[in-house]
Write a protein that binds this ligand. Structure first.
Ligand code: 13P
Length: 255
């Protein structure tokens, strides 16, 4: 195990929060606080906030991401957004398969895979979310599920393309609940995902993949989580809406 073989990525996932004007204001507030970070800093924002966010982040170390992407290039898919549309706006990352999309919008392992491929084909870096529910954990299926979700999401992704993939282990029971996985649980979950990648692509390749933890990660617990060998940064919900808290997490991942 060697953390030096991969870069830490701290990504905010704003979910359905902030108008374009509010996005601009929050990014202006964040910019000086995260300048000089020794990790990748990303903010994944609602589609309509993207132009304002890209403009506000210009000249800083903040990269802008989207929260979803459709898997078709164009066509009769009312309400959906294609990869080339995001690319043209200056988007670099995109969250794929978040558990809220799986839970409320019928996202499946297959569509997560197709969306990940669409992101890669458009030169966008997918942040692919995997994670077990509390029931699945209590039944003892965490390892099986995380490995299955990871492998399904990466179907037909080449070893070359994998360089642009970020995995985010987000236990569903820890999202927005204030219940964080312990650092050991986070490390174990991330480790299962890394093992799945090793089973398909080999151990050396798996050691280079950035795997984040997400789920009630905050300014207080970030240090302990990112210190774990398998935890290469985080996907941050609530705490990414507060400039000060987000910058403390960025600093924890920069040590
Ligand atoms: P919270 O940090 O609000 O628990 O959200 C985590 C998450 O879902 C990030 O994608």
């Amino acid at each position: 195990m060697n953390k030096a073989t991969r870069k830490a990525v701290i990504a905010g996932n704003w979910k359905m929060n902030k108008t374009p004007a509010e996005a601009k204001a929050l990014i202006e507030e964040m910019k000086p606080l995260v300048a000089g970070a020794d990790c990748e800093v990303v903010l994944c924002v609602p589609f309509v906030d993207i132009p304002a966010a890209v403009e506000a982040a210009k000249g800083s170390n903040i990269k802008i991401g989207a929260e979803n992407i459709h898997f078709k290039a164009s066509g009769a898919y009312t309400g959906e957004i294609a990869g080339n549309m995001l690319k043209e706006l200056g988007v670099e990352y995109v969250v794929v398969g978040h558990s809220e999309r799986r839970q409320y919008f019928g996202e499946t392992d297959q569509t997560v895979n197709l969306r990940s491929l669409a992101a890669l084909e458009n030169g966008l870096k997918p942040i692919i979310c995997v994670g077990e529910t509390l029931e699945q954990r209590e039944l003892g299926y965490t390892e099986t599920l995380l490995k299955f979700q990871t492998k399904m999401a990466l179907t037909n992704v080449s070893a070359e393309q994998l360089k642009d993939v970020v995995i985010a282990y987000e236990p569903v029971w820890a999202i927005g609940t204030g219940v964080t996985a312990t650092a050991d649980q986070a490390d174990e979950g991330n480790g299962f995902s890394r093992e799945a990648i090793a089973e398909v692509y080999g151990k050396d390749v798996a050691e280079t993949v950035t795997i984040q933890y997400g789920g009630s990660m905050n300014a207080k617990n970030a240090d302990e989580l990112v210190a774990k060998v398998n935890v290469d940064g985080g996907l941050i919900g609530g705490a990414s809406l507060k400039a000060e808290d987000f910058s403390i997490i960025v600093k924890a991942a920069s040590k």
